[in-house]
Design a protein around this ligand. Structure first.
Ligand code: ATP
Ligand code: MG
Length: 253
């Protein structure tokens, strides 16, 4: 793994750093072959929101926190990209929520599962956290899905009532919603099936979201308005993108 060449003064520092982290994760065997393509799609959508947490994303983040804090059995489900980019903050969040974190990957291989579990265990002991890390021995199936994609843990994803599931595939997201769960999606693409299927969709970059969930943990819940309407919030996100692009296009001579 080459050293990271860019310094914080580089205008694309954050973006280059994330690519570097994913390159390292790929070398360690944490990622499936398509993971970098998925990240590239995310990067493209991040440009359209100005690579920042926009208001509709912050509103969704607060509603997500409310649901997670008031859940009976919350769980955080992580895949390879999420573990690499936001593993540390999501472990901190799991500790604050006193809930398990479950490794659940789309292209499941025993080796990749082990590398991801080890990675999280290392961060956990470095931070001295007391968090249950699940995924090594799946003992339940998500109804409606075929093959290894259905595997999950009974005392994690299966029995959860509220699930934070960043960068999830649309099909699996739909299956989790069909189980009656409150499904919190993180996806930079507001047009994806996952974004549309989710109960609460946070259109924001996963490492920014994880940071916001930890730093905003004690936000003032009484200021939230209910019910949260995910369709309206996605419309607000698209409106923001529209306005952002039209401001840019009007500045072109
Ligand atoms: P769907 O299955 O929901 O229709 P898809 O098949 O287009 O979506 P997937 O490959 O299943 O997409 O998942 C990748 C998704 O994750 C993309 O929509 C991409 O925008 C998003 N994504 C990738 N990297 C990040 C990131 N760092 N933060 C947030 N979202 C991201
Ligand atoms: Mg998909």
């Amino acid at each position: 793994m080459k050293d990271f060449a860019a310094d914080p003064s580089h205008p694309r520092y954050e973006s280059l750093l994330k690519r570097h982290i994913l390159e390292g994760a790929a070398e360690k065997g944490m990622l499936a072959g398509s993971a970098l393509i998925a990240h590239g799609r995310g990067e493209a959508y991040d440009y359209l929101i100005g690579e920042q947490t926009i208001d509709s994303a912050m509103l969704a983040t607060k509603h997500a926190l409310y649901q997670l804090k008031n859940a009976k059995n919350p769980v955080i489900s992580v895949n390879g990209n999420t573990t690499a980019l936001a593993g540390e903050d999501l472990l901190k969040l799991a500790s604050l929520l006193n809930c398990p974190i479950e490794v659940n990957i789309f292209y499941r291989t025993a080796k990749r599962m082990q590398v991801l579990l080890n990675h999280l265990e290392e961060i956990k002991s470095k931070l001295g956290l007391n968090v249950e890390i699940l995924g090594a021995s799946p003992d339940a199936l998500i109804p409606g899905l075929e093959g290894p994609r259905a595997k999950c843990c009974q005392n994690g994803i299966y029995s959860s009532d509220v699930i934070l599931v960043p960068l999830e595939d649309g099909d699996r997201c739909e299956a989790l919603v069909a189980m009656g769960k409150i499904v919190i999606v993180v996806d930079l693409n507001p047009l994806s099936r996952s974004a549309k299927m989710g109960s609460i969709t946070i259109v924001d970059e996963v490492s920014r979201v994880a940071k916001n969930l930890v730093t905003g943990f004690d936000f003032q819940e009484e200021k939230l308005e209910f019910p949260f309407d995910n369709d309206i919030n996605l419309q607000l996100t698209l409106k923001h993108i529209n306005e952002f692009l039209s401001d840019l296009s009007s500045s072109v001579d």
